[in-house]
Design a protein. Sequence first.
Length: 421
Amino acid sequence: MARKNPVRPARRGPSPAPGIKAALSVVARLALVPTAFVPLLGGCGYHEGAYLGVVGPETGEWSAYGLEGVQGAQLAVKSFSKARFTSDDLRLELLHYDTGGETARLQEHFRRLATVDGAAAIIVTSPSPEEVRLAARLADELGIAVFFTADAFAASSESGSPRVFNLTPEAGALVPEAVRIASAWSGGGPLALVSAQGALYGLYRERFRRALDDARLPYLDLELSFDAFDYASAAYRMLADGCSGVILNGTSRDLVSLLASCAELTYNPPFVALASAKPSRLELPEHYVLDQGYFVGGFSPQAPNAKTTAFVETFRNHIGYVPGAAAAASYDAARIVLRGITEADSPRADAVARALSRIRTHDGVSGAYELERPPSSVFIERTRPAATGITVELVPAGPSVPEAEPEGISPVEAGQPVKAE
């Protein structure tokens, strides 16, 4: 797959001091350097703004949380590059390099982003603990802040570096919420837990098992593999065992393929999956099979798109109040990220626009401001049958069992959450 190279080369900026506040102050300084001094900073062109580096695999089961695959990268770059508020705003763009799942390429691209491209910070999307540890070491070596969007094993915490930030949604909150949603429509019948192979899905499989056992829910435990169950045989086994629904612990391709196999058996079970398995429109089959289901994600209910959630919340949850020029640059970056979501292919652009309107203004680059911190929480997206693509809407998360909709549902759907107001 083709690498997403930058349209214009970035100039090289100074290395940030430890921590996200220092990294964001670099963003401010990059925006304020006069054109005449650009040749002294390296690079071969002038850019009115700042870059965030993105490095990680683009395809396959390696994609988890944050920007998922090439479509996610293209969406983010497109929305960020066109999202400007005024002529004085700082423009934020992404440089995305594909590693193909190779550790050597991750190190090469990470060093290039920090030393040649002049990235103000780097986001690593690889879930591999080995690559996470490597990126954490490189962050200290090169003096740059790094954010991890798929560090489910918390390998980044081993470094103890103030430059390292793990933005991965906490499985301790996501898994019980997914089980709660599944139990709402199971009606006491058995559920199917279908898991993909791999260390990441093995970790979540154990957590799903514990949550299902704690909830005393009967379930069929299946693993997708060449030696055990493929999609067709898993669908047949679920139907034969009378499963009331399925919890999918895998990729978006696993979800679509499993439900397509169910549809061939005229079997349409409701599903629950983590937000990392939400497919893009390009991944959906010709016939729409994502009929009744839920995606469970993390961070904030104001973030509707799982593929860009991590980048939104990087700024909204980790900046807080910072006075001076760094604050202005941080605020502008947060506004641009949010505005990008409203202008991109988002099912809940109006919710993001409302969140955007609640962020306080500032008095310019030298003015102080306060960026409000939204509560960190779990969000749930419910799929709706649609003629084109996947349509989702946010529903409330909480300990209570959701109520059933009064109209237009079948018995198997009874107990599903209603649309959030």
